[in-house]
Ligand binder design. Structure first.
Ligand code: NAD
Ligand code: MN
Length: 357
């Protein structure tokens, strides 16, 4: 029996709804496999915890998470707590504290889910966006002076290091190499941003030498949004900075049908620490408690988690089940259906039980 210790942090809004769904699916996968066990430990950290304790997680939070094999995360964000507190109080400290420097965001059109793009269907849009997850505008450097005065100044400093850029570039080239098309697009804004971004371009060219079988090209981020919409077939693996990829991957999720189907993995490729798996979307308080949150992103990220743990059969079985259920039209309202979170979850569990491959 292979046992994996999973830390579940459902947190806010629809986070608990989708993580509950995901944990149900994981337990059915374990039953189906017979020789795998997921030992879930639940953490009540998040905005409710903050309102009681003044912090999003306890001071020794990272120490508590360290022994786990993976972290399964819902979303943060509450209407009555400032967003920078929820984000910097829980999600970013985990990403940064565990040096999860590769954020991997697969996007594809799932059968049954419709892209808002005309004439774009299954297979036309099949990307993996690699988001640099430790530097750039999210390094936490900057400041404010003369608060509230007419001469007030605010700075948001983007930090890029040779070590940081080289390691994400290697990760992206390697990932591109593992995919059938062996094609990578490097996104920057090196026409306007002359320092860190030009360094990105230079390091991309250097790392490319190590991967002679990977074809690659460069895009400026503004032109990239146009290419994603006009010519999605021309893209495969994409690497971009923390900020640029944050924006591009929300667009990618929308082009694939809904944020509700877009997953993400925060990976420590060196495996010194647990990696964290989550849907891209936030806490969606506009639909919280209605029972209609789309759990597909949270299932897909569980499949990324299974791959990371080396459970490739279970990962593939989960994705087959998700695709079957979507193709059968069992969809939540965000992707044009009228099923509830529970109905989609039950259907995926049934599909896993009935999968004989
Ligand atoms: P959001 O992703 O929560 O919601 C955007 C829109 O997409 C909403 O209309 C929502 O109903 C819909 N949506 C999102 N996920 C869905 C799902 N699974 N099923 C169906 N519909 C879904 O983004 P927002 O509204 O900008 O932010 C809400 C809160 O979430 C804010 O506090 C924000 O800071 C936070 N947030 C957190 C994360 C995170 O935890 N990683 C990411 C983004 C936003
Ligand atoms: Mn985002």
């Amino acid at each position: 029996m292979r046992t994996y210790k999973i830390a579940a942090i459902p947190a806010d809004g629809i986070g608990p709804e989708v993580i509950d769904a995901g944990s149900e699916v994981l337990s059915v996968l374990a039953q189906r496999a017979g020789d795998v066990r997921f030992d879930m430990t639940w953490f009540d950290w998040g905005s409710a915890y903050y309102k009681k304790n003044g912090v999003m997680m306890p001071e020794d939070g990272l120490e508590q998470l360290k022994p786990f094999d993976a972290i399964y995360f819902g979303a943060v964000g509450a209407p009555d707590v400032p967003d920078h507190i929820t984000l910097w109080g829980l999600r970013l400290p985990i990403c940064q504290g565990f040096d999860q420097y590769a954020n991997v965001r697969p996007t594809k059109i799932i059968p049954g889910v419709t892209s808002p793009l005309r004439n774009v269907g299954v297979g036309d849009l099949d990307w993996v966006i690699v988001r640099e997850n430790s530097e750039g505008e999210y390094s936490g450097h900057g400041g404010r002076a003369h608060r509230g005065m007419p001469e007030e100044v605010g700075t948001e400093v983007a930090i890029f290091t040779r070590v940081g850029v080289t390691r994400i570039m290697r990760y992206a080239f390697k990932l591109a190499q593992s995919r059938p098309r062996k094609f990578l697009t490097v996104v920057t804004k090196s026409n306007a941003q002359r320092f860190g971004m030009v360094m990105w371009d230079e390091i991309a060219a250097e790392v490319a030498q190590e991967f002679p079988d990977v074809t690659w090209d460069k895009m400026l981020v503004d032109a990239m949004t146009v290419r994603m919409v006009k010519n999605p077939q021309s893209l495969d693996t994409i690497v971009a900075t923390n900020l640029h990829a944050d924006i591009l991957s929300d667009l990618a999720g929308a082009l694939a049908g809904s944020l509700g189907v877009a997953p993400t993995a925060n990976i420590d490729p060196e495996r010194r620490f647990p990696s964290m798996f989550e849907p891209i979307h936030g806490s969606a308080f506009d639909i919280t408690g209605k029972g209609i949150a789309n759990p597909v992103a949270t299932f897909w990220t569980a499949s990324q988690m299974l791959d990371h743990l080396g459970e490739h059969d279970a990962s593939a079985r989960l994705m087959r089940a998700v695709e079957k259920v979507c193709a059968d039209g069992i969809l939540t309202p965000d992707v044009g259906g009228n099923a509830t979170t529970k109905e989609v979850t039950e259907a995926v569990c049934d599909a896993i039980r009935g999968d004989n491959a």
